[in-house]
Design a protein around this ligand. Structure first.
Ligand SMILES: Cc1ncc(COP(=O)(O)O)c(C=O)c1O
Length: 405
């Protein structure tokens, strides 16, 4: 595959690249768009071919998810992740976030607490708030360059009877941790002990870099199975997030029936003709493409690491264990959230997601989406280096020696 190919996304309206979006969130339409977590890369050729065939068929009436769709999904998870999904446990929803929202509704009441592990994907906060639940933080700890779960604090938060749910991001957006089996087991034990339901958002599960390995939460223990739900989707993996559809796995019979009932009551169980074709094609034919992509993304990570070490040692890369997102640490520069945001979008002309979007625990950091041609990453890094030159020079001066002060 030629992932180096630059494709002009402005031929069609896209959130990440649109002038309106860049202007609203970054005040700069010229900034290199690297904030939204989708990729500037074409979907696998097999997926494009299947969609093409479906389009030329010319009839787009009601669709359903055929057995071949479920077979492709189950085979993918079995072969790639060693997880045997029981077809009976599958529920559909139009997107991961709609599934998360339904699950919040069904496993808590207004005013209850939902535990989050910030810095974390900002839309979780939106969904919790729009459902009138309370955000309860179990912040991650950054220890020697690696984020870790504060299990003592999790136990404390989970033991509060007002807190009913934990939203687990596995792997974690934005810090790119791929949680280990041992960590997930510990989460399951704590949550079961205190009757806290776990919603595992595993949309980034296909992206992990050896020796790290994604472990599906529901595959860690019977405890996890009885007390949790997983939300999965090929949307990130194959860059089809604009063709929304997602899968919810709920092994517990009673919980699953409630989810199904809700989906039918609100008529959200239906499937779009193109989404079902694309999903089946990705899971059936996408493995070799993804293997290549994972190597390419790791090449982009290497570029970021080497560039920063060589040119900007005061900005450090939090070593990603997976995802196509990198979390950059600018704290040594000593800027507050707004100064860093202004520096990135106005001076460096790069539209990175500022760390505070992910909670106050993200202040001083920024997230860069590197699911794009290497040249885009290189341009962004060069912009950053050029813009940092004066700051770096200033940083070399001992305090008080700058005659401008
Ligand atoms: C962790 C995580 N969950 C969910 C989503 C959104 O998924 P969907 O569009 O299916 O709601 C994203 C998108 O960035 C994400 O990073």
């Amino acid at each position: 595959m030629n992932f180096d190919e630059y494709i002009d996304r402005n031929e069609y309206p896209t959130l990440k690249w649109s002038g309106a979006f860049l202007s609203e969130y970054f005040g700069n339409e010229e900034a290199i768009p690297m904030s939204v977590a989708d990729m500037d890369l074409k979907a696998p050729p097999a997926v494009i071919a299947q969609l093409h065939k479906r389009v030329t068929h010319g009839i787009y009436g009601y669709a359903f998810r055929p057995d071949s769709y479920f077979n492709a999904l189950e085979t993918w998870y079995q072969n790639r992740h060693g997880w045997r999904i029981d077809q009976k446990h599958i529920g559909a929803s139009p997107s991961i976030l709609s599934a998360v929202s339904i699950l919040i509704n069904q496993h808590s009441s207004e005013g209850d607490g939902v535990i989050l592990q910030p810095p974390v994907f900002f839309e979780f906060r939106t969904v919790i708030r729009s459902n009138k639940r309370k955000i309860v933080k179990n912040p991650l700890n950054l220890i020697e360059g690696r984020y870790r779960i504060d299990f003592d604090d999790l136990e404390l938060k989970a033991s509060d009877p007002n807190n009913k749910i934990l939203i687990l991001c596995n792997p974690h957006n934005p810090v790119a941790r791929v949680w280990t089996r041992a960590e997930l087991e510990q989460i399951a034990e704590i949550c079961e002990r205190h009757d806290v339901f776990v919603i595992a958002d595993e949309i980034h599960g296909d992206f992990f870099f050896p020796p790290h390995k994604y472990t599906p939460y529901l595959n860690v223990s019977e405890t996890a199975v009885q007390n949790g739900a997983a939300c999965i989707s090929p949307a990130k993996t194959f860059n089809i997030s604009g063709m929304v559809d997602a899968i919810t796995i709920i092994p517990h019979e009673k919980h699953r029936q409630r989810f199904h009932k809700f989906a039918h009551r609100h008529q959200i169980h239906k499937v779009n003709v193109f989404a079902s074709v694309a999903m089946e094609a990705t899971y059936r034919d996408g493995a070799a493409w993804l293997d290549e992509l994972l190597l390419y993304i790791q090449g982009n990570v290497d570029l970021v690491r080497e560039h920063l070490q060589k040119n900007n040692p005061r900005v450090s890369l939090i070593e990603p264990e997976g995802t196509f997102l990198v979390w950059l640490d600018f704290r040594e520069l000593g800027w507050d959230a707004k100064e860093l945001e202004r520096f990135l979008s106005q001076k460096a002309q790069v539209a990175l997601a500022p760390g505070y979007w992910f909670g106050r625990e993200g202040v001083g950091f920024a997230r860069m989406t590197i699911g794009c041609p290497r040249e885009t990453v290189r341009s962004a890094l060069n912009n950053l280096t050029a813009a940092l030159r004066p700051a770096q020079a200033a940083g070399c001066d001992p305090p008080g020696t700058n005659i401008d002060n």
